[in-house]
Design a protein around this ligand. Structure first.
Ligand SMILES: NC(=O)c1ccc[n+]([C@@H]2O[C@H](COP(=O)([O-])OP(=O)(O)OC[C@H]3O[C@@H](n4cnc5c(N)ncnc54)[C@H](O)[C@@H]3O)[C@@H](O)[C@H]2O)c1
Ligand SMILES: O=C/C=C/C=C(\O)C(=O)O
Length: 477
């Protein structure tokens, strides 16, 4: 699989090639073309021609049929997509095969169903004293935004790319997508599937490359872009927002997190330990929803922390960090935690496998304790397999600790007290709160964060709302 741009219905490798490395052992596994400003401009122009031409003339039924064909196309090449996602990210194969690729298929199918069945409102109006009958009919229709820029990250490459592309296309927009420079492969396969599905040229375009001062920025600063849907770091969101400001371009942002877990004394402790192990260390902590702060009610603190640390020390089949740079960033936080006075209860360094993986970007699953809320380790997103544990005494303190963060994306609450669950969850400053579970997903629900974790919501109607403009039509009767 050789990563390539897909512009106006044609594949091209135009641009300077940069290396693609395996996070498992550091080997070069391919090269990726860096899209120039001209290539990005060509993609935006192709998208504009499509949305003002054949793609703009499609009905919602036709677009939903295309989405179903794309889903079928991914399914038909399932193993290729799994292999490509594993090669780029180093994640365990079962994770790609049970989460990443099935969810990409699900993204297209769920939006095909939702967009097709979506009703709009109408209001029979009577305005006493208005000339004539004083009656009118108000109804709402939705127009696509036009050309949408989609910028996606490296942790769930196909899942998060398609989470935006599917609703954007369903709503009738043309898309220019720029995946992470770290993970170009499944995006290229997606372009092949979309090409085979027969969408009009320019409806979907794909450009590869880096972000700042490169393809990503060329795209988000392009005057021909009508909206930006971005998932990535909060700092990147700020940079993109500055570019978007010049043209007042609407943005949808899914950004960073520093997600808390609250474990109450009445929790099912084994369930809470198992759930927190998953929420902290799945994909080696490289999921925006992962837990990096754990607060445990004092009576069960010692038992919980000992069990979590022991389970973390026992983890074996975990993947690497995405790059040497990210590995170094995570290890710098491991060192920082100790410098700030933390006690390391599990991990804290680099595993030794005695095989090719020692050339990769692995770090140990890590549990630390003993830091104040003001510590950088407790306030800043690491985006790796580390969580900090601390005790609390009562509900109000638990909520205060959870909310004491610049982020507000997701949280987990572990308690068997139903009333407590319903009291605490709505008080947490987050977009998503799971009770006695983690990352249990219904694609119709709102997904996104508050504060530095994002702007807007994705998922279900929320995405279709972002990717279209309501127009109210009032007809005097
Ligand atoms: N909230 C969510 O749903 C969610 C999901 C996944 C990851 N994330 C966040 O993403 C981060 C990790 O992913 P990452 O390292 O790929 O993030 P990143 O912000 O470094 O890069 C994300 C994407 O933005 C591009 N980019 C970078 N700088 C840019 C710029 N100035 N202009 C335009 N594009 C630019 C990159 O090339 C990449 O495609 C973490 O902070 C994580 O929390 C959030
Ligand atoms: O990595 C951060 C975002 C994850 C999103 C999902 O897992 C999802 O949409 O189900």
């Amino acid at each position: 699989m050789k990563p390539a741009h897909y512009v106006n219905g044609a594949f091209t490798a135009a641009g300077t090639a940069f290396p693609l490395r395996s996070p498992v052992d550091g080997r070069e596994i391919g090269t990726v073309p860096e899209a120039s400003r001209e290539t990005v401009d060509e993609a935006v122009r192709a998208a504009r021609a499509a949305v003002e031409g054949p793609w703009g003339r499609t009905s919602v039924e036709e677009r939903c049929a295309y989405l179903r064909r794309i889903a079928d196309g991914i399914e038909a090449r399932f193993d290729e997509f799994v292999a490509a996602e594993v090669a780029d990210t180093g994640k365990p194969r079962d994770l790609a095969a049970t989460v990443d690729i099935p969810r990409a298929i699900g993204n297209f199918r769920s939006y095909a169903d939702l967009a097709y069945g979506r009703p709009e409102r109408a209001y029979p109006t009577t305005v006493p004293g208005w000339s004539g009958s004083g009656r009118a009919l108000n109804y709402t229709v939705r127009r696509p935004l036009g050309v949408v820029a989609v910028i996606s990250p490296w942790n769930l490459p196909l899942l998060l790319l398609t989470w935006k592309v599917a609703p954007a296309l369903a709503a009738g927009n043309a898309v220019v997508a720029k995946p992470s420079e770290e993970t170009p492969s499944t995006a290229t396969l997606l372009a092949e599937v979309i090409d085979a599905a027969g969408l009009p040229a320019g409806a979907f375009n794909l450009v590869h490359g880096h972000g700042a001062n490169a393809a990503g920025e060329h795209l988000t600063a392009h005057p021909g872009v009508d909206a930006i849907a971005f998932t990535g770091a909060s700092a990147t969101g700020s940079a993109i927002m500055r570019n978007a400001a010049a043209h007042v371009t609407p943005v949808s942002f899914e950004l960073g997190g520093k997600n808390p877990a609250l474990v109450f004394e009445d929790a099912d402790l084994e369930e809470a330990v198992e759930g927190t192990l998953r929420s902290s260390f799945t994909h080696s902590g490289q999921i925006c929803l992962c837990t990096e702060r754990v607060y445990v009610q004092r009576p069960v603190y010692d038992a919980f922390v000992e069990a979590l640390a022991e389970r973390a020390r026992g983890l074996r089949d975990y993947g690497p960090m995405i790059s040497a740079e990210h590995r170094d960033k995570v290890l710098s936080y491991y060192r920082l935690a100790v410098e700030e006075g933390a006690t390391v209860l599990a991990g804290g360094g680099v595993p030794v496998f005695g095989d090719a993986r020692d050339g990769g970007y692995y770090v140990e699953p890590t549990v630390v304790a003993g830091l104040p809320q003001t510590a950088r380790t407790v306030r800043e997103e690491v985006f790796g397999p580390i969580c900090h544990v601390a005790p609390f005494d009562d509900e109000d303190e638990a909520v205060r600790l959870a909310n004491d963060s610049p982020y507000g994306l997701a949280a987990t609450v572990w308690t068997t007290d139903l009333s407590r669950a319903h009291r605490v969850a709505p008080r947490i400053e987050a977009g998503i709160v799971w009770v006695n579970c983690w990352n249990l997903r219904d694609l119709r629900t709102p997904f996104g964060g508050v504060k530095a974790s994002g702007i807007g919501r994705e998922g279900g109607e929320y995405s279709l709302d972002f990717f279209s403009e309501p127009v109210n039509v009032c007809v005097k009767i």
